[in-house]
Write a new protein. Structure first.
Length: 94
C-alpha cells in the first residue's frame, strides 16, 4: 500500500523544476534550471532523490564545485552530478 502522505513522482519532479529555477542565487538558477528543464522528466526515483539531496546543498558550495573552484565532497559525486557537469560544460563550451 502506498503512503498517501508521500508526494508522488510527478509532484517531486514539479518541485525539483521549481527549486532549480528559484535557488536564491541567479548563477545557480542558470545552472540548475536548464538542466532540470531538460532532464527532470526522465529521472528515475533514485535520481530524483539524488537531485533533491543536491538541491539541499548551499548555493555557494554548489557554485564553487561546478566552477571548479573547489572539489565537491564524495557524497556529491554521483552519476547525476556527472550529468549536471557535462550538461553545463556543453552549454558553455565555445
Amino acid at each position: 500500500m502506498r503512503d498517501m502522505s508521500a508526494p508522488d513522482l510527478e509532484t517531486r519532479r514539479k518541485r525539483l523544476r521549481y527549486r532549480s529555477w528559484h535557488r536564491g542565487c541567479k548563477e545557480t538558477d542558470l545552472i540548475f534550471g536548464p538542466f532540470a528543464d531538460a532532464h527532470v522528466a526522465g529521472l528515475s526515483e533514485a535520481e530524483i532523490s539524488s537531485f533533491e539531496a543536491l538541491l539541499d546543498e548551499a548555493d555557494n558550495d554548489l557554485f564553487e564545485w561546478l566552477t571548479g573552484r573547489a572539489r565537491p565532497p564524495e557524497r556529491v559525486l554521483t552519476e547525476l552530478w556527472r550529468r549536471l557537469e557535462s550538461f553545463n560544460r556543453a552549454k558553455f563550451a565555445p
